[in-house]
Design a protein around this ligand. Structure first.
Ligand SMILES: *Cc1c(COP(=O)(O)O)cnc(C)c1O
Length: 382
C-alpha cells in the first residue's frame, strides 16, 4: 500500500496530464456583478446569483437583523432545538411559490437530494434519471440502493422505453430530472415526464435549482416532488423540497440529511425570506437574466437561450481552459467546465447571465469571444 502522500501525488499528476487538475482560486465578490481575483477586478459571467440578491441592501439588512436577534448559529438540528421561527415563514413562501401544500428546507440543495431520494426509494425500487442530471441527484440515487437507469437527455421516448422494459420488475419507481440543466441551460419536458410517471405508476421529482426566481416553467401538472436551492437566484444558502403536506411530514423524520445535520444559521433563513419577497413582487427583475442571455446568444449566433445559462461547447479541454484564461486576462470571469462535471469531449465555457449585466457588458464580452474563437478554436497551432 503506498503512503497516502504518494497516493495523492500520483492522482494529482494524473489529473494534471489530463488537464483536469482542480485548484481553488480566491475570489472576493464585490458590489454588483464583480469579482476580485489576484487583485484584478473582473466582471463575472460565472455566478448563479442571477438577480444580484446576495448583494441587495434589504437582503443584507434582514441577515444582520436576524443575527442580532438570534445569534450566528442555530445550535442544533431542527428536530432538536434548531427550528427557528423563521423556518415556517420561509417554508410558507416556498410552498406558495411552487403551488404546493408544504415545503421543507434542508442545509443545502446537495443535502436535499441526498436526503430525499433515499427516503422514498431503496433496494427493490427503480430510479429512471436523465443522463445529465446534477451530481447531487446521482449521489442520492447511489445512497438509496435502488436500481438506477439513465435515459437519453430530455428524450421522453428513451425514458418510456426504459420504463416499458423494466418497471414491472420493481416495487416503487422514481423518475428524476433537472428542471433546467445546470451545465446546458435547457429545460426538461416535465409535462410529458409527468404523464409517463402516471402511466407507469411512478413518482416524478424535478430539481429546479436554476429555475426559481428566473424561469417560471408553468407546468400543467405538478411533479410529485419539486426540489431546489436557495443558493442561486435566492442569493443565500440552503435547499428545499415542495410537495403535499403528508409527504413533507414524512420527510421531516425520514430524510437523514435533515435529521442528522444542524439547522441553517438564522441570517441565512432571513435573507432567503427577504429575497423571496423581492422575487414575488418584481417580475421585471426576474425576467432580465434570460433577456441578457438571449442578447448574448443572438449576438454570438448561437441557438436561443432557454435560461440564464448558456453553454459554449468547445470539446477540447486544453482549448477550453485557454479560452477562459484569455477571457480572464481581458477582465471577464467565465467558468471553464470540464469532465467529469460534463461528459468527455464536451468541455465548455459556461456563461451565467445576471439581471445586473448591462447591454455594453454583453457586447464587450461578445467581441472578446469572437476574437478568441478565431484565435484559439480555429488555430492549427494548438
Ligand atoms: C447547485 C445545484 C444543486 C446543489 O445545490 P446547493 O444548494 O448548491 O448544494 C443541486 N442541483 C442542481 C441542478 C444544481 O445546479
Amino acid at each position: 500500500m503506498p503512503l497516502l502522500a504518494n497516493f495523492a501525488q500520483q492522482n494529482l499528476e494524473k489529473a494534471s496530464t489530463q488537464n483536469r487538475l482542480r485548484t481553488l482560486k480566491t475570489s472576493a465578490r464585490e458590489e454588483g456583478i464583480y469579482v476580485r481575483r489576484n487583485g484584478k477586478k473582473l466582471i463575472s459571467f460565472s455566478c448563479n446569483d442571477y438577480l444580484g440578491l446576495s448583494q441587495h441592501v434589504d437582503v443584507k439588512k434582514a441577515a444582520i437583523e436576524a443575527t442580532e436577534k438570534y445569534g450566528t448559529g442555530s445550535g442544533a438540528s431542527r428536530l432538536v432545538t434548531g427550528n427557528n421561527p423563521l423556518y415556517s415563514e420561509l417554508e410558507n413562501l416556498l410552498a406558495k411559490a411552487k403551488g404546493t401544500e408544504a415545503a421543507l428546507v434542508f442545509g443545502s440543495g446537495y443535502l436535499a437530494n441526498i436526503g430525499v431520494i433515499p427516503a422514498i426509494v431503496g433496494k427493490g425500487d427503480l430510479i429512471v434519471a436523465d443522463k445529465l442530471v446534477h451530481a447531487s441527484i446521482i449521489d442520492g440515487c447511489i445512497l438509496s440502493g435502488a436500481k438506477l437507469l439513465r435515459f437519453a437527455h430530455n428524450d421522453v421516448d428513451s425514458c418510456a422505453k426504459l420504463l416499458a422494459k423494466n418497471r414491472s420488475e420493481y416495487k416503487n419507481c422514481l423518475i428524476v430530472t433537472d428542471n433546467i440543466f445546470s451545465m446546458d441551460g435547457d429545460i426538461a419536458p416535465v409535462d410529458e415526464l409527468y404523464t409517463l410517471a402516471n402511466n407507469y405508476d411512478a413518482w416524478l421529482m424535478t430539481d429546479d435549482a436554476h429555475g426559481l426566481g428566473v424561469i417560471s416553467t408553468n407546468h400543467t401538472h405538478k411533479p410529485h416532488i419539486q426540489m431546489g436551492t436557495l443558493s442561486k437566484a435566492i442569493g443565500s444558502y440552503g435547499g428545499y423540497v415542495c410537495a403535499d403536506k403528508i409527504v413533507i411530514d414524512y420527510l421531516i423524520g425520514a430524510a437523514r440529511s435533515h435529521v442528522y445535520s444542524t439547522a441553517l444559521p438564522p441570517a441565512t433563513i432571513a435573507s432567503s425570506i427577504a429575497a423571496l419577497k423581492i422575487i414575488a413582487s418584481n417580475k421585471e427583475l426576474c425576467a432580465k437574466p434570460l433577456k441578457n442571455a438571449l442578447l448574448f446568444t443572438k449576438l454570438m449566433g448561437l441557438k436561443n437561450a432557454q435560461s440564464p445559462i448558456v453553454p459554449f461547447i468547445i470539446g477540447d479541454e486544453l482549448k477550453t481552459t485557454l479560452f477562459a484564461a484569455e477571457l480572464e486576462e481581458q477582465g471577464f470571469l467565465v467558468a471553464a467546465i470540464r469532465p467529469p462535471t460534463v461528459m468527455p469531449g464536451t468541455a465548455r465555457l459556461r456563461f451565467a447571465f445576471s439581471a445586473l449585466h448591462k447591454v455594453v457588458d454583453i457586447e464587450r464580452l461578445v467581441t472578446s469571444c469572437q476574437l478568441l474563437v478565431a484565435r484559439i478554436i480555429y488555430s492549427r497551432s494548438t
